[in-house]
Design a protein around this ligand. Structure first.
Ligand code: R5P
Length: 335
């Protein structure tokens, strides 16, 4: 590993939103560092373990945070998805950044596998907030030096930050999964569930070498969606819908119903961030969708689902942390 000139110790901490993923990332990173041992020039780094810290609550609900080891001059990575309960998880992350900054860390990277509030990225109606921008301001003001995340709801959120941001993609994990799942791609079509997902869907269609169809979706109310039209020939095909997130499940269930009505034989869904709010899993189980593949950027309880499969982002994040720490390029992880 090429040292970035200033050989600093690396420390990884997590808050409470997704401890299982943080543990898996750390284990992978430890394995990666050990497998590159010979070219690893930084003497300081031996075993990678999750840093010792406690994030709990005072009686009145305020967050209490303690870091039990020195991090002076270290390269620190804080893993926390800002998923439901989004306000608590965001606040834990901000307070953790503050603590780490005041403890004289050399550089702080907020590793946010799921970046919440991202759907509020522009003014749709008069007097709307742009909450995704507010969150970026909060993270930067708290002291984050860089951000590592995955499949931001819209790529332009990167521009809300004046610090470096790496936006990993879940698509390579999905294309790999489907290449192993199907022997024949002649009757497969990738479907974009809305206009905002077209470039992500096109990337998957290109990887699988299949055609793309697009759903024209409208959102008359915050949590309600409807399919207006399907652009492309879908009859007799197996459809793979790819979305950045599933929240109530309304979008993909409506899309699946509309596709089946147009003659699609099977509907497969993949999404990066499985939020599954309310009774989404129950609704999906009853729907015509055959299978949903999601990633573990959000820690969800999937034991009540026959249709859900979870793939891990652990290796991708571990490699990204390894490369950022070593001053190496992360761009080929996007493929
Ligand atoms: C919207 O633009 C997103 O890409 C998702 O399609 C949406 O957030 C899913 O929400 P729900 O599952 O509630 O329909």
């Amino acid at each position: 590993m090429k040292d970035s000139g200033n050989c600093r110790d690396i420390r990884i901490f997590t808050c409470n939103s997704n401890r299982p993923l943080a543990e898996k990332i750390v284990k992978k990173l430890d394995g990666i560092i050990k497998s590159y041992e010979e070219s690893f020039e930084c003497e300081k780094i031996k075993d990678i373990t999750l840093g010792k810290s406690d994030v709990s609550r005072f009686q009145d609900g305020e967050i209490s945070l303690k870091i039990h080891e020195s991090i002076r001059e270290c390269d620190v990575y804080l893993i926390q998805s800002t998923s439901n309960p989004v306000n608590d998880n965001l606040m834990e992350l901000l307070i953790m950044i503050d603590a780490v900054k005041r403890a004289s860390a050399k550089r702080i990277t907020a590793v946010i596998p799921y970046y919440g509030y991202a759907r509020q990225d522009r003014k749709v109606r008069a007097r709307d907030p742009i909450s995704a921008k507010l969150v970026s301001n909060l993270l930067t003001s708290a002291g984050a030096d860089r951000i590592l995340t995955m499949d931001l709801h819209s790529a332009q959120i990167q521009g809300f930050f004046d610090i470096p941001l790496d936006n990993l993609r879940g698509m390579p994990l999905f294309s790999h999964y489907y290449k192993n799942k199907f022997d024949n791609f002649d009757d497969i079509i990738v479907v974009s569930p809305d206009l905002g997902s077209v470039s992500r869907s096109r990337a998957l269609a290109e990887k699988l070498n299949v055609n793309l169809a697009i759903i024209d979706k409208r959102r008359p109310k915050d949590d309600v969606t409807e399919v207006v039209n399907i652009i492309g020939k879908v009859k007799g095909k197996k459809a793979i819908i790819i979305d950045d997130e599933i929240d109530t499940g309304g979008s993909i269930i409506n899309a699946s119903n509309a596709l089946i009505e147009k003659g699609v034989t099977d509907v497969y869904v993949c999404c990066t961030h499985g939020k599954f709010s309310g009774n989404a899993i129950e609704k999906i189980e009853k729907s015509g969708i055959s299978e949903i593949v999601t990633l573990d950027t959000i820690n969800v309880d999937t034991k009540n689902s026959e249709k859900l499969k979870i793939l891990s982002v652990d290796e991708m994040f571990a490699l990204a942390i390894y490369r950022i720490h070593g001053g190496m390029s992360v761009s080929d992880l996007f493929e």
